[in-house]
Write a protein that binds this ligand. Sequence first.
Ligand SMILES: Cc1cc2nc3c(=O)[nH]c(=O)nc-3n(C[C@H](O)[C@H](O)[C@H](O)COP(=O)(O)O)c2cc1C
Length: 156
Amino acid sequence: MALTNYEPRIAVVYASVTGNTKAVAEILQEICAAKELEVELWPVNSFPLSGLSRYDAVFVGTYTWGSGEIPKEMRGLFGEFESLERKGIVTAVFGTGDSFFAEFCGAVDRFRDMLYVHTDLAATLKIELAPQNTDIARCEKLIASVINRLSRFSCK
Ligand SMILES: Cc1cc2nc3c(=O)[nH]c(=O)nc-3n(C[C@H](O)[C@H](O)[C@H](O)COP(=O)(O)O)c2cc1C
């Protein structure tokens, strides 16, 4: 991998009530582990918000609530990203939702718009409810996008 001698600090921070988004977060961690890339897995309620800027890359995982809304427990993380003073963190946002609702994965869209402004947003991923085998390749692509951004950063 192009990241030789460079050990980026990476976190997956997610919210999940019924387990779908957590399952995606775990898939991301497993894929990273297979690439010998260490990733911290954090339920958002345990994540130390004040340490956010110490990460090189953060995968944000969210389900969608209400009518396309961000879950309440994700608001603190949202605000912390908004208050970052430099655009240095590479991010990706993923989520699970139900296409029965008018705003499918609306929380992913809301994070995407904010992360695009306040971070180096690499990619987004929306998954219908529980992840299927076909979603694994999509998770791999999400990770590849982040690694690609980090590689460019490490070469500067
Ligand atoms: C009250 C309620 C409102 C929801 N609103 C939306 C919505 O607006 N858009 C969407 O895509 N999914 C919506 N969902 C579906 C959840 O986001 C979806 O089931 C998700 O996979 C749950 O993630 P979790 O298993 O990680 O908790 C809603 C679910 C509930 C119960």
